[in-house]
Design a protein around this ligand. Sequence first.
Ligand SMILES: CC(C)(COP(=O)(O)OP(=O)(O)OC[C@H]1O[C@@H](n2cnc3c(N)ncnc32)[C@H](O)[C@@H]1OP(=O)(O)O)[C@@H](O)C(=O)NCCC(=O)NCCS
Length: 125
Amino acid sequence: MICGVGIDLVENSRLEIIIEKWDQKFLKRVFSEREIQYCKRHVHSTTHYGARFAAKESFLKALGIGLGEGVKLSEIEVANGKNGKPDLALYGEAKNQIEKRKIKKIHLSLTHTREYAAAVVVLEK
Ligand SMILES: CC(C)(COP(=O)(O)OP(=O)(O)OC[C@H]1O[C@@H](n2cnc3c(N)ncnc32)[C@H](O)[C@@H]1OP(=O)(O)O)[C@@H](O)C(=O)NCCC(=O)NCCS
């Protein structure tokens, strides 16, 4: 049974300004080392960061919570499988929230252009 859906759209230029200003301080607060390495491998890294940022926010929306309610963005990680398909790996309070709600499956899809990045998350019990 589907018990949550979340969607988010990121304007890559806005994210680029934040990354240029705060660099590692921002990246390490929001993204895992694995995510940073993945994004850095791509020429247009901001768009991949944007998609991951959108995935993290979509996950919170699917749960019906916002930032500042215990889940840190760094506890929500996008991991790509061998075929490129993205999945969410959860840690800490993000994982607790899923266990508490007895969610059995999380679906994630990402898309991006140079300007925008978007994600959709569906939670299933
Ligand atoms: C999977 C696929 C469909 C992605 O589509 P796309 O339009 O090229 O790229 P999008 O920007 O919409 O999506 C990119 C995201 O798709 C996701 N993705 C990659 N492979 C995937 C797969 N096998 N299954 C699900 N999602 C996948 C990734 O999350 C990726 O973002 P990331 O690298 O930041 O993690 C692509 O690999 C593909 O096969 N494209 C076909 C392109 C083509 O044939 N074009 C010619 C006609 S226009």
